[in-house]
Design a protein around this ligand. Structure first.
Ligand code: MRU
Length: 368
């Protein structure tokens, strides 16, 4: 996707130096600052402090991190140590483990001297596949949007889409998951308007989704998170689509805190609620999202303070509570599969049920 008219990915490999560069997302939308990742610790830090975030991008960044570690020391011990450090950076997005496992498998059985090269190639392959995957999710999502749009009975009508957090190209390598169909609908000439919920406390909707949509020229309106139910009740939303950090084998979905409330409100008002997910985000080892998905507990300070950037580009935080107020900051919540209209994957659209996912898994295994 574009920044100021120039095509970019959220993570770009520098082939000459064998490094990777990322956009520091903690500075968006005020500053577009690229940052070079040169070491495993650079990659781990970038994930930990959310310079990069979003499940697929976390995975891609971790893959480069494992390459950096193997470049410096390709022994089994160093591999496992780096794996553990990277894996511990954030707990909810399963793509982190998925990407680390892919790199680990790619180097398994190789001589120590060949491992770094294999890891580099695997990190590149993960990035390339992510772009293709997200484009395919967009195509399938676009078909759903077309069907919903047609039901409105007026070809010139605007399709009002609600999303939460940022599941756009900044959350992936390119295109995004939930935002990919929005881009593709807009590019195909459909009139699309997006309700962007700000996504307190980190503000990924306000700072990242609004940034992306503005850059791409997609009409959008920012709302406070608590406005979602009101808009759904008034018939101002045709479809809700969000991304996810982990889907269970039975179709429960973890996503940014506040997603569950949107799903409940969408169900109450008969509005379809779709979850866009690459199959790499399905954790086939667990079934019950509420019991089994680890929910990231983040700093209370993100709730008690409002972030901002001053004119000089320095980050500033303002206390919005009485001194010493206790706060709880769950990073994600779980939406049970029965509230999900369908999962939009790169392989098509599937009910969020154990049976449909079992069939998908079997088809994937048969084709691999
Ligand atoms: O805390 P974040 O910003 O990493 O959370 C991101 C989300 O919740 C996204 O919706 C999810 O990772 C899917 S990204 C395609």
């Amino acid at each position: 996707m574009n920044i100021h008219g120039k095509p970019h990915r959220s993570i770009e490999a520098e082939h000459a130096t064998r490094t990777a560069r990322i956009i520091d997302q903690t500075l968006l939308p005020h500053l577009v600052e690229w940052r070079e990742l040169q070491t495993m610790e650079d990659a781990a830090e970038a994930i930990r402090v959310m310079r990069v975030r979003g499940a697929p991008l976390i995975g891609a960044t971790a893959a480069f991190g494992l390459y950096f570690a193997l470049r410096d020391d390709a022994t089994d011990g160093a591999l496992q140590k780096a794996y553990d450090v990277l894996h511990a950076t954030r707990p909810t997005a399963i793509n982190l483990r998925w990407a680390l496992d892919r790199v680990k498998r790619a180097v398994a059985g190789r001589n120590v001297g060949e491992r770094a090269e294999a890891a580099w190639q695997e990190a590149l392959a993960i990035c390339e596949a992510d772009v293709v995957t997200n484009h395919a999710i967009g195509r399938h999502g676009l078909e759903l949007f077309r069907a919903i749009h047609e039901k409105k009975g007026d070809a010139a009508a605007t399709l009002n889409v609600m999303t939460h957090c940022n599941a756009g190209w900044l959350a992936t390598v390119d295109w995004g998951t939930a935002i990919s169909p929005i881009y593709q609908a807009h590019d195909a000439g459909m009139k699309v308007h997006v309700w962007v919920s700000e996504t307190r406390p980190r503000g990924q909707g306000a700072s990242l989704t609004a940034f992306e949509l503005k850059e791409h020229g997609v009409p959008h309106t920012l709302i406070v998170d608590n406005n979602a139910g009101h808009l759904l009740q008034r018939g101002l939303v045709d479809v809700v689509i969000v991304g996810t950090d982990r889907v269970t084998a039975h179709g429960d979905v973890a996503n940014k805190i506040g997603t569950y409330l949107k799903a409940l409100a969408a169900r109450a008002h008969g509005v379809p609620f779709y979850v866009a997910t690459p199959v790499s985000t399905i954790d086939w080892t667990i079934t019950d999202g509420i019991r089994d998905i680890p929910i990231e507990q983040r700093s209370a300070r993100e709730v008690t303070h409002m972030p901002g950037v001053n004119a000089a580009g320095g980050r500033e935080e303002v206390l919005i509570t009485p001194e010493g107020t206790q706060a709880r900051n769950d990073g994600f919540d779980v939406t049970p599969g029965e509230l999900v209209t369908a999962l939009v994957t790169e392989h098509g659209v599937f009910p969020a049920t154990a049976r449909a996912l079992q069939e998908l898994q079997a088809a994937l295994q048969a084709s691999s």
